[in-house]
Design a protein around this ligand. Structure first.
Ligand SMILES: [Zn+2]
Length: 259
């Protein structure tokens, strides 16, 4: 049996908290709450109204240690079966994207985020957890494009911990935070503890004012309090920090380095 994966300062598992879609609560509530618990998160932030209206505040968030992750420009997603009430515009359906169009959208989004945070390295948070572009009869996976542009990609919704020794860094896998309470999130994290793995949670809205894809503020605070109490055995960090750590440890393993 191989040795367990080595996390920083002897931790037994890693956790990342990610928050999608540039919601005002990320700036006003979530980032300050994380900081009050000594934690930092990843905000997958397409350039929507809140980023454009409050770019200085988002810049300050990044300066305080949060990651601003790429979540495309216009939030295309994949719908192979049209739905009458679908919010997704036809032009924005990933079935109509080829590699060049997708790559260009991601590059421009990176450029905009770089104007905010000054960073040249970041991770990608898959919109709608989608990993395919192109028409159904000629679809292609996006990981090769993500590998050109990002340290890592959050990838598909797997609802299970990521194995740091074997995972595809550009399809890490994530568990859904939305619509659940702290007990469910702790189940996901416990599974990572049991396996020595990595739990990457995906959230959207926190607190009142969001009709769907929302979690209770009090439950969210319970999670942050628990993570602070468990910091000796659980390393909580932005996705880019965890992905870079995994990359470095794998490079060490290939080179035969132990420390
Ligand atoms: Zn999104």
């Amino acid at each position: 049996m191989s040795d367990p994966f080595r996390w920083p300062h002897g931790a037994r598992a890693a956790v990342s908290l990610s928050y999608d879609d540039t919601m005002p609560c990320h700036r006003t509530l979530v980032a300050p709450a994380l900081e009050a618990h000594g934690l930092r998160g990843t905000f997958y932030a397409p350039p929507r109204d809140d980023l454009m209206a409050h770019s200085a505040a988002w810049r300050a968030m990044a300066a305080r240690g949060h990651e601003l992750g790429n979540h495309t420009l216009f939030h295309p997603c994949r719908r192979e079966v049209p739905q009458a009430d679908d919010w997704l515009a036809t032009w924005n359906n990933l079935i109509h994207f080829d590699a060049q169009r997708f790559r260009q959208e991601l590059r421009v989004a990176n450029f905009i985020l770089q104007q905010i945070d000054g960073q040249t390295a970041r991770t990608y948070g898959n919109t709608c957890h989608d990993v395919w572009i192109g028409p159904p009869d000629a679809k292609q996976r996006i990981e090769p494009i993500l590998a050109e542009l990002f340290v890592a990609g959050r990838g598909e919704r797997t609802q299970q911990p990521t194995d740091p020794a074997t995972c595809d860094l550009h399809n890490l896998g994530t568990s859904a935070g939305d619509g659940h309470t702290c007990d469910r999130w702790l189940e996901f994290i416990q599974a990572a503890l049991d396996s020595g793995g990595y739990c990457l949670l995906t959230f959207h809205g926190v607190g009142p004012g969001y009709e769907r894809l929302q979690v209770d503020d009090g439950e969210h605070t319970r999670l942050l309090t628990w993570l602070r109490e468990q910091q000796e055995r659980i390393w909580t960090a932005p996705v880019i920090q965890v992905a870079e750590w995994i990359s470095e440890r794998r490079a060490d393993a290939v080179a035969g380095r132990r420390d």
